[in-house]
Structure formats: C-alpha cells, structure tokens
Design a protein around this ligand. Sequence first.
Ligand code: PDD
Length: 287
Amino acid sequence: MPRFAYVNGQYRRHNEAAVHIEDRGYQFADGIYEVVTVMNNKLIDEEGHLDRLERSLKELQIAMPMSRQVFKMVSRELARRNGLDNGLIYMQVTRGVAPRNHAFPAANVPPAVVMTTKRMNFNKMKKFTEGVSVITIPDQRWERRDIKTVALLPNCLGKQKATEAGSYEAWQVDGDGYITEGTSSNAWILSKDKKLITRPLSNDILHGITRRTVLQLAAEEGIEVEERAFTVDEAYDALEAYATSATSFVTPIVRIDDKVLGNGKPGHFGQKLLAAYTDYAEGAGAS
Ligand code: PDD
C-alpha cells in the first residue's frame, strides 16, 4: 500500500511529497507542530492537541491555516489512506514560503501545512514492562519552551547524547539545578513519601497534553500530587520516575545517570498510572 502525506491541501505519495526550499520552516524553524497518537484507530486527546496547536500558532502570530474540523478530517483521511491503526499523526504548520528575510512575509502569504503518519506497535514496546534509563544534561533551550516549535536543535542534541549513552531520554537541568523536562517528554518523580512531583506549568516547559491527563488520572487514583520543580538529587533519591508524552504514555524510568531507582524494575505507582492512562486512551480520551 503506498503511503501518503498531506501537503498544503493535497494527499501526495510519501516518497514524492515535498515543500519549497524557501519554506520558512526549513530556513528559520519558523513553525510549530503537534504529535497525536492513534490507538486502535482512535486519536487520543485530539481536542487538547488542537487547542495547543492553536495556542502555539497564536503565540507566533501565524494564522490558523484551516479549521479544527478540517484538521480532524485530514487526520482521519490520512490514517485511513495509510492503514494506520496504531501509531502517530504528525502535523506541522510553518509561516509559509517567501524569499528569505528574517521579518515576516506579507500577510497574504499562506501558512504551509504538512501532515504525515508513523506506524508504531505500542503492545510490543519493552519500555512499558522493563522501564528505561535517562541521563541529565544542561538545558540549553530558549525561554519559550511552552511553544511547540519545530526549532528542536537542543532537543535533538540532547536525545543524541541519551542515545549514545544507551538511554531513552535526557532530562534537561536549568541553571539552578532543577529538572525542566525531557527532550521530548515531561519529567516526573515519585518521592519516598509517595508524592507524585512534576514541574508546574510556565514558559520553562512544554505544557504536555499527556501531563495534563496524567494529573487528572493521578487525582482519580488518590495519588497525592505536587506541582513543583525538583532537583537532580531529589530525582536520584526518588522511589519511582516517569516520562510522559503522546507516544511515551507513562514510561517507567528505572535509572537516572548512574543511580538505579528502587530494585531497578518499574514500580507499582507507575504501573497503576500506565494502566489508568491506557484505559483512558481506549475510553474517555479516544475520538
Ligand atoms: N514531544 N516536552 C517536550 C519538549 C516535548 O517535545 C513533548 C512532546 C512533551 C510531551 O507533550 P505531550 O504529552 O503533549 O506529547 C514534553 C512529542 C511527542 C514529539 O516531539 O515527538
């Protein structure tokens, strides 16, 4: 079956799909993106992702290129054409195509939209049953990490470091020694007194859609939550730790740098949160 991408209003064969060399996303990273997970043919937390897509565009003064309804239709049509039952839908909007100039182009230049899909087999992922390790690195990003821009170079450099260390993720550390988040996921610990701790929303981190859902689920499970920054030493000392994102769900972390957490296996609270998230993804969160 040929794979398709959606490019500015058209479904193109993936291997032929292309954008212009003067797309501002290519030249300036002047654009934003979203990743929505598809599980059993349903999208997870679609409204939340579209809310954040609209917010990111607004923060960068890029016009919404098409209505939410059309984003929803195209997502489903692309998933259908690509036979995508489990995986992700990637959506990207840039400020469009114009001769290279740092200042914005004329108002009549339309934003450029690209959507692709990627197949994933969530059932077979060992990360959920065996857990993963993370390393810590300095946070080298700009001050508007709340905007989901395609300017991901520090994130890519960090993830590469993690990969070279045989780790799943790199937790970025701010100038005061507090963990901000992973390079493509939010960071959580469970303290020894069984409080679930994650950094509060601000411009320091991406406002994860999975993070928001997990906060709700934790409350429903009766787990005490503290939204506050935590240090690397606190993380080393934690009972459990997790990474959350659209495609990580609630991934258990069993080692941070050289420090093994607990007995080095996924802990009870994490397994409970992951089960609650999976139920949510198959139920109330699915559309
Ligand atoms: N990453 N923090 C960062 C820096 C991220 O890039 C992401 C998502 C998250 C988690 O957000 P959410 O729960 O809404 O997926 C936190 C996506 C999956 C990516 O870049 O592929």
